[in-house]
Design a protein around this ligand. Structure first.
Ligand SMILES: [Ca+2]
Length: 326
């Protein structure tokens, strides 16, 4: 880990080039937002009335276009396409690129979540295609059967975990800080509390389907926070990392060592700037016998977090005055 002191600028100016993306970041992002699919298209002119295709895809909101643009040169293949509901896709569909770039990447830097199983099935399917067996009725049926057990069709054992995610196993691969950041770039949520109670409290939340419980616990363990996972609803779990102590002792140190990419990096940079303000301890002013947030500092933080709506000092002051009258 680096020294606590660091230069905010150097953190903000992290080069946008794909050369800076760690392979494990890509794997983490794929576990969060990627998919491996077998596509079947009816085609009456095809020998068996069906065309089979394979597709690796990462889908994100359009505000992550810059991030997906970095992935293309990383994999040396693929295309960006506009998806549904304000999304953008990075897609690889040609068998040559899947064989040459995608499959070797995920063999070398394996996925840790349930998506790993979809990758293994995908790899079997591509082997059938490579051996030209898909040109036979038998091969086609085999691929179709595989596709019917993938992704949302897959019936998962309750406590599924791939062998490389089990500690003390000979094939165990420890979870990596870059992987975690890729996962956060996809499924993480960085939030700042701007309400009066707990003002400026920073949090990182990750929600996952219960099927991915082991992965969420691995991430929580990494941040020494396995006691911070709660049931979100009947199907999902949520990990919440919040509080200045946890951020100072663990979370900020993690992000100093491992870069984040994408739109969440901008939010993280704001956290780092707000952190500097909080650490100076000038945010508290005397009020009667106690101390309260200095409204000017509060305003400064609000304007860092919401630069698009510059909030005026008067607003905050009159809000605080209202409270005093109660
Ligand atoms: Ca996801």
């Amino acid at each position: 880990m680096h020294n606590n002191k660091f230069n905010i600028k150097s953190h903000i100016n992290l080069n946008k080039s794909s050369l800076n993306i760690d392979p494990y970041f890509i794997t983490g992002l794929t576990d969060a937002e990627g998919s491996f699919s077998i596509m079947k298209h009816k085609n009456i002119r095809a020998k068996y009335d069906i065309n089979i295709g394979l597709r690796f895809k990462i889908t994100m909101l359009v505000n992550e276009t810059e991030l997906l643009n970095m992935i293309k040169p990383f994999f040396k293949c693929g295309t960006l396409t506009i998806g549904k509901n304000g999304t953008i896709n990075f897609e690889v569909k040609d068998i040559y690129s899947l064989n040459k770039y995608i499959i070797p990447h995920f063999c070398k830097y394996p996925l840790r979540g349930t998506k790993h199983l979809d990758f293994l099935t995908f790899k079997e399917a591509i082997n059938i295609i490579n051996s030209k067996k898909h040109l036979t009725k038998e091969g086609i049926n085999e691929i179709i059967n595989m596709s019917n057990t993938m992704n949302s069709y897959r019936k998962l054992p309750i406590e599924y975990c791939p062998i490389h995610t089990i500690e003390n196993n000979s094939e165990y691969i420890p979870i990596n800080g870059h992987y975690i950041n890729g996962f956060i770039a996809g499924d993480g949520c960085l939030a700042l509390n701007t309400k009066d109670a707990g003002f400026a409290r920073m949090s990182l939340q990750i929600s996952q389907h219960k099927n991915n419980k082991n992965l969420l616990f691995s991430i929580a363990d990494y941040f020494k926070s396995s006691n911070k996972i709660y049931s979100h609803d009947t199907h999902s779990l949520q990990l919440t990392l919040s509080g200045i102590k946890l951020w100072e002792n663990i979370v900020f140190k993690h992000f100093i060592e491992y870069p984040l990419h994408g739109s969440k990096q901008i939010k993280l940079n704001k956290f780092f700037i707000i952190r500097e303000i909080i650490l100076k301890k000038e945010y508290l002013i005397k009020k009667g016998k106690g101390r309260i947030w200095d409204p000017k500092v509060k305003l400064q933080i609000m304007n860092i977090w919401f630069p698009q709506i510059m909030i005026k000092y008067d607003c905050i002051q009159s809000k605080d005055d209202d409270k005093d009258e109660k």
